[in-house]
Structure formats: structure tokens, C-alpha cells
Design a protein. Structure first.
Length: 767
């Protein structure tokens, strides 16, 4: 397969779009200044004139004065933060009535998601793949195996995005950090019920969510409960073309796949808070997630030339996932000033999976049966101790330590045609991971124009385990020292415009699955014979080292009227010891001939860079007499280069050339209706993984819309559509390899998966 450059590469298109957005917003900012000067000369309107009130007679008894303080807006909190922080509150979270967290995140600046449009997916900041983005739940690392799509959007209070790491939040964030804050801590009463039904491709996905919070004396509680059930039918098609360069033989394959999945889930969380008269607080945060699913698969394989590995296949799967977690925070105010904060977390997770697949041979009656079962149990303990104190000369000192421990036990069996090819690895896998960290940071207001945030963090990880009862124990130990520096400069003491600088060191550690993993046999070549390089088996690599990254971020922020803003952020990361999957031919115990096996390897150095633009404002705040239309736009352009891989397109895996969002919503005057929409676009791209392999991903364009009808203060009806004008999602690749006869072979693949529009109706009730 040949890959040629287009006349207008995607990164140039994005750059032009970014330029247009910047120009348009600069004009809007100029219009704001003009509108302000005009409004100064105009007499106040009827609505703006002060209301005349008759003087009241003096009362003999003074009534108590109640002072109500409004929390600062997300925009104001963002402006005041020395380290770069983007905050999205409940308004942003519930605007489109999304059924998954992934659908919310795809509209945020610089965030992309993998997989079919309209179905959420794991978030990637700055286009970087799994492991580069740190995911936190209430400031704590998300449990292993926990998917953000298991968390109901109704249970989220706000989402924080940190583009650069801090000593307190952790340095395992080369791309950045996404911190999900669950609901709780309200002082006002709240009792809400939300009933939803979504429809996709003829399948229904009902859900219900309930939130309740109240205050009893010094005790405040918040309880959230949600349940969902979704059913999905999917199909896809994969075409492959293989040419033997020595003999000219050509083999063409077409595999039609059909899949059906049914999943039910329950999520419950609570925040129980007690505060005494001195301001000391104790918070307990229990969380429970239960999920169960079943599925079936069917495929038809057509092949011309050669001998097909099978004619068709049938498969079933069922699995259960559960995680229970109890977190707690105790904050004690010292009499001499400062706070001591003690946090702890206890968790237990369980995965039970069973997969059955039968490949039916071209010859009737000659079939291949693969039966795999696994059961994993994780126990975790986390704790941290933090001291915070405001010192003289506008210093805010924070120092602390952390200790996390994780223990895993896994039992698995693999049956292949009644035999156990992985008998050397079946049985109990035991692994343990311990992480310790120490940090200190100081936030210092130097002058009315300068603020500095500096810190240093040491973090060490020790992993030990064995992949079978008879195998020797393997270990991996690493430690990283990460200095971090952030600064904010205001153009003048009174200015709301400012420039941010961040110079950081961050890292990506290999996870337990990549270090110590039981081999997984490729399902297309499940026998003890040979497989193909394009369909390798998988295994772990205990010798992996963490990736280290030195980063620089520079951002300009302009805060306009109301809560509007215009920002531009430039970043660069230099990465050493890059981890990437490499496929090699190995002699293995589960086959009679050598097999192609894919393992994570440290392959060298890489760089990534980009620019991120964002704007949001109400049009009427900038242009006089304009409608009260809320506008949001963000555009990002990314580029990267892996030094050990020849170009072109030797980018980091899963990183597109950029992403673009444009959204608006408008409340119709004198009508209880609010309308809104958003367009998300991510261009297609190709990635050269090695000298001989290229992977490609097609363009994603997703349009969303919603209508909100406020029936009365207690009832709202929201109708939304995700992925309007659904398009097919395409992936593919090409590989040059050598067959067992020593002949050069070129294989190209192209997969096409239809996507669907998801319609949702939600009734929101305040009880």
C-alpha cells in the first residue's frame, strides 16, 4: 500500500483554521472595546436604571444579616491558578446530556478519543496514547481496569485538566492530567432524579440517576446512585491484500464481522463530611462500581489464493467487573497556622472473564476450539500525608509523602482443541507493586505582576511477580526525580491578560500488564503452528524502563467581558526511552514452530510539540445588541517524531495532526427552550511504526445537538443527538515481512466500521 501526501495536509488545514479563529476572536475583542465606549455614552436602559424604593421606618429590633458568598466561577479560578488548570463545571458536563464521560471529554481543548464516533472511548490529551494521560478520581489514581465510561456523568461535579504536572498532583503525566471530581460537599439541599433513554442502531439504552445531599448540624452528606443498561449491535469489514514479492503470488481476504453486546452497570458513591467549630474536617468517600456483560461474535472469511486459516467463526464472551473503594480525608488546622491533611484509600477489584471461539475450517468437520478463562483480584492501599502553611512574604508551602501498594492474584486457563498450549503459564500469577513519593512545592507571589510555583518530587516504583507457579520471580525497579517550575506574569498589576510559563519533567511508567503478562495467543492462528507477523501473539517484558520527558509550556490568556476568554498555548516534550510494541520471531513453548510475538520495548527518543487555541464567550458581552449566544471553540495542532524510525509520518503512536471543536448554545427569549450544538473534527493520519510497518486511522467528524425544555423549576426535558450524519470509521495498515521460506511478503489491511447516531431523551426532576 502506498501512502502519498495530499495537496493540503491535515496539519496545514488545522493551522489555517487556528489562524481564522485567532483573527476572528481578535476582532471580537476589538468590538468589545468599541461596545464599552459606546455604552458609556448611552443613557441607562429601563432595565439598567436603579429601582426607587420608599424609605422604611426604623425598626426597634435589628434583624440578623445573612451574607451569601458565591463561589468563584470556573473561569476566575482558572485565572487565579499559578499552575495551568482548566475547569469544567456542571453546566459543561450536562449541556448535551451525554451518556458517557468519553463523549464529554472529546469536546474539551486538546482531547481526542479513540474508536468509533459517538461511542466515547479512552481520552488522549494532546493526541498521545494510553499511559501518557494521568487519570485521577477525586485526586487519586483511577483503579486499574476502571473505565471512565463506567462513571455516570450525573455523578461528576467538575472536570479539571492540568496541562503540566505539579509536585502535588504527580509527574506521571507527560501529556497532562484529567482529574474527575465527583459530586458532594454542598451546603444546600439537593434531591434530583434523572431518567434517560438512548437509542442507537435499533437498540435501547435506559439509565436512571439519583443525587441527594443535605446538611444536619455539622454533618453534610451527598449520595449518588446510577444504573444503566445498554445493548449494542455492531458490524465491520476487514480487507487484506498479501503479495509475495519473490513469486508474485497474491492472496486476498475479506472478513465480515458481526457483534452483539449487552451490558448492565451500577455505580454508587457518597461523600460524608463532618466539620467541627475549629474548621477541622473528616470526609469519607465510599464508591462501588458493578458491571456485567455478555456478547457474541460471528465472522465470515472469504479468501482467494493460498489456504484460508478458517471459513467462518463463532464466539461468545461473558464477564463481570466490580470495584469497591473507601477513601477518606482528615484535615486538621494547627493553632500556629497551617493544615495537616491525611488521606487514605482502600480498594478491591475483581475481573472474571470467559471467552469461547470456534474457527470452522474450510474442510467440514475440521474445527479449532479456543476456550480461555481468567479471574483477577486486585487489592490496593494508598495513603498520603500533606502539610500546608502560608508563610511570610506571600509564600504558600506544601510538602508531603505518598505510599501506594497493589497486590494482584490471577488465575487463568487456556484450552486449545482440548490441549493446554500455555500450561507453563496457566495457574496463579502473583504480582505486587509499591510506589512511594516525596514532594515539596512553594507558591509565591513575587510582585503584583509575578507569581511563581516551584516544586520537586521524587517517586519510586518497585514491581515484583511471576507469570506462573514454577517460573522464577522477576522484578522491575525505577525511580525518578522531577523538578517542576510554573510562573504567571500579568501585563500590568490591574490587567486580566497574562502569560504562563511551565518548565517540567514528567514520566510514563510501564504498567503491570506490560511488565508481567501471561502470553496471549492470536485468535486467527490459534493452533500450535506458525502465525503471521501482522497477527502476532502478545507477551510482557520485565526489563522495561520508564519514559522520561522534559517539557516546556508557554501560554497567553486574555480574559474578556463576563466569563469569556481567549487563550493560546504552545508546548514541547522531549522524551527518552520511548516504549513501543515490537514484533519479533521467537521460539516459544506454546507452538511447535517459531511464532511472531509482540512485546513492549524501549526503542529510543522522541519529541512532540503543538499549539492549542481556545475561546469561549457570550456574543452579547462583546458586541452591543447582539443575541445572548454562548460560543465555544478550540483548535489544536500536534506534531511528533520518533528518532529511531525513518520518516515520513514517524510520529508517536495514536497522535493525529490535531483536533477542532466549534459549539454554541442559545436560550430563546421568552421561551423555555435552549438550543445547542457542537462539531468535532479530527483528521485522518498515518503512523510509521517501524521501517517495515505503517498504521493508518481515518478522519472522524462528529456533530452533536440538543434541545432543553424547562417545563417548570422542578422539571426539565432534554433531547439530544450524538454523531449526527454518522460516518464509517476506517483503520488500516501495511507491513513488509519475511515468510518462513525467507521470501519477502507485503501485506496491507483496510478495516471499515459503520457508526450510528445516538438519540437520547432525559427527564430531569428536582424532588
Amino acid at each position: 500500500m502506498e501512502f502519498t501526501a495530499t495537496r493540503n495536509p491535515p496539519h496545514l488545514v488545522l493551522a489555517r483554521l487556528a489562524g481564522l479563529i485567532t483573527t476572528a476572536l481578535a476582532c471580537s475583542a476589538f468590538a468589545q472595546t468599541t461596545a464599552e465606549s459606546v455604552s458609556a455614552e448611552k443613557p441607562p436602559s429601563k432595565e439598567e436604571q436603579p429601582v426607587k424604593r420608599e424609605p422604611r421606618a426604623a425598626s426597634a429590633t435589628l434583624k440578623p444579616v445573612v451574607v451569601i458568598g458565591n463561589a468563584s466561577s470556573e473561569t476566575e479560578e482558572r485565572r487565579r491558578s499559578t499552575a495551568s488548570k482548566i475547569i469544567f463545571g456542571r453546566d459543561e458536563i450536562e449541556r448535551f446530556g451525554d451518556s458517557t464521560v468519553g463523549e464529554i471529554l472529546k469536546r474539551l481543548p486538546g482531547v481526542t478519543t479513540q474508536g468509533r464516533p459517538g461511542r466515547g472511548g479512552a481520552p488522549r490529551m494532546r493526541g498521545l496514547g494510553s499511559g501518557y494521560t494521568q487519570i485521577l478520581i477525586d485526586g487519586e489514581p483511577a483503579p486499574r481496569g476502571f473505565s471512565l465510561d463506567d462513571l455516570s456523568p450525573e455523578q461528576i461535579e467538575r472536570i479539571e485538566i492540568l496541562r503540566a504536572p505539579t509536585a502535588e498532583t504527580g509527574a506521571r503525566a507527560i501529556a497532562g492530567t484529567i482529574n474527575i471530581i465527583t459530586r458532594g460537599g454542598y451546603s444546600r439541599k439537593l434531591n434530583e432524579l434523572r431518567l434517560s433513554a438512548a437509542f442507537e442502531n435499533g437498540k435501547t439504552q435506559p439509565s436512571v440517576a439519583w443525587s441527594r445531599n443535605d446538611t444536619v448540624g455539622n454533618f453534610n452528606y451527598n449520595i449518588g446512585l446510577s444504573a444503566n443498561r445498554w445493548e449494542r449491535a455492531s458490524d465491520s469489514r476487514t480487507d487484506s491484500h498479501t503479495e509475495n514479492m519473490a513469486t508474485g503470488e497474491v492472496i486476498d481476504q475479506r472478513e465480515q464481522n458481526q457483534a452483539w453486546d449487552l451490558r448492565t452497570g451500577l455505580h454508587a458513591n457518597a461523600r460524608l463530611q463532618w466539620r467541627d467549630e475549629r474548621g477541622n474536617t473528616l470526609v469519607l468517600m465510599p464508591m462501588l462500581v458493578l458491571s456485567q456483560g455478555t456478547g457474541s461474535r460471528a465472522s465470515e472469511l472469504e479468501q482467494t489464493g493460498g489456504v484460508a486459516p478458517y471459513s467462518h467463526s463463532l464466539g461468545t464472551s461473558d464477564g463481570r467487573f466490580s470495584t469497591a473503594r473507601l477513601g477518606g480525608t482528615w484535615t486538621y488546622r494547627l493553632e500556629q497556622g497551617g493544615n495537616i491533611n491525611l488521606r487514605f484509600g482502600l480498594g478491591q477489584s475483581e475481573w472474571i472473564n470467559h471467552n469461547l471461539r470456534t474457527n470452522y475450517d474450510v474442510t467440514p468437520g475440521v474445527n479449532s476450539l479456543a476456550d480461555t478463562s481468567s479471574e483477577q483480584h486486585d487489592k490496593s492501599l494508598s495513603s498520603s500525608l500533606k502539610f500546608t502553611k502560608t508563610l511570610d512574604n506571600e509564600h504558600s508551602l506544601v510538602t508531603g509523602m505518598e505510599l501506594d501498594m497493589n497486590r494482584r492474584v490471577e488465575e487463568a486457563t487456556t484450552l486449545q482443541d482440548g490441549e493446554t498450549p500455555l500450561s507453563d503459564f496457566d495457574g496463579n500469577l502473583k504480582a505486587a507493586s509499591t510506589r512511594a513519593a516525596f514532594y515539596v512545592q512553594d507558591e509565591w507571589t513575587l510582585t503584583p505582576q509575578w507569581a511563581v510555583h516551584a516544586g520537586v518530587r521524587w517517586e519510586g516504583i518497585d514491581t515484583r511477580g511471576s507469570i506462573s507457579e514454577t517460573a522464577p520471580e522477576v522484578s522491575n525497579r525505577s525511580s525518578v526525580v522531577t523538578p517542576l517550575l510554573h510562573a504567571v506574569w500579568k501585563l500590568s498589576p490591574e490587567s486580566r491578560d497574562q502569560v504562563r510559563f511551565s518548565l517540567t519533567r514528567s514520566y510514563r511508567s510501564p504498567d503491570l500488564q506490560n511488565l508481567i503478562a501471561r502470553p496471549a495467543i492470536n485468535s486467527m492462528f490459534a493452533s500450535r503452528g506458525a502465525n503471521e507477523e501482522i497477527h502476532p501473539d502478545r507477551a510482557g517484558n520485565p526489563a522495561l524502563k520508564p519514559e522520561l520527558a522534559t517539557g516546556l509550556d508557554v501560554a497567553f490568556e486574555r480574559y474578556v467581558a463576563g466569563s469569556g476568554l481567549i487563550t493560546a498555548n504552545v508546548f514541547v516534550r522531549n522524551i527518552s526511552d520511548l516504549m513501543r510494541r515490537q514484533t519479533t520471531l521467537e521460539t516459544v513453548s506454546w507452538a511447535d514452530v517459531p511464532r511472531w510475538v509482540s512485546r513492549m520495548q524501549n526503542v529510543g527518543d522522541a519529541t512532540t510539540r503543538g499549539i492549542e487555541l481556545e475561546a469561549k464567550f457570550r456574543l452579547s458581552d462583546l458586541v452591543a445588541d447582539a443575541p445572548k449566544l454562548d460560543l465555544r471553540a478550540n483548535a489544536s495542532v500536534f506534531a511528533s517524531r520518533v528518532k529511531g524510525v525513518p520518516g515520513p509520518n514517524n510520529r508517536l503512536d495514536q497522535q493525529p495532526d490535531g483536533t477542532f471543536n466549534l459549539g454554541a448554545d442559545y436560550r430563546i427569549p421568552n421561551w423555555p427552550l435552549t438550543l445547542g450544538g457542537n462539531v468535532n473534527w479530527t483528521p485522518g493520519y498515518s503512523t510509521r511504526l517501524s521501517t517495515d510497518q505503517v498504521a493508518s486511522v481515518g478522519m472522524k467528524r462528529v456533530a452533536d445537538a440538543f434541545v432543553l425544555w424547562t417545563i417548570n423549576p422542578s422539571y426539565q426535558l432534554r433531547v439530544s443527538a450524538s454523531n449526527l450524519g454518522a460516518r464509517d470509521y476506517s483503520t488500516g495498515g501495511a507491513l513488509d515481512s519475511v515468510n518462513p521460506l525467507g521470501q519477502s511478503v507485503r501485506t496491507s489491511t483496510d478495516s471499515l466500521a459503520p457508526s450510528y447516531t445516538n438519540w437520547s431523551v432525559r427527564l430531569e426532576i428536582k424532588l
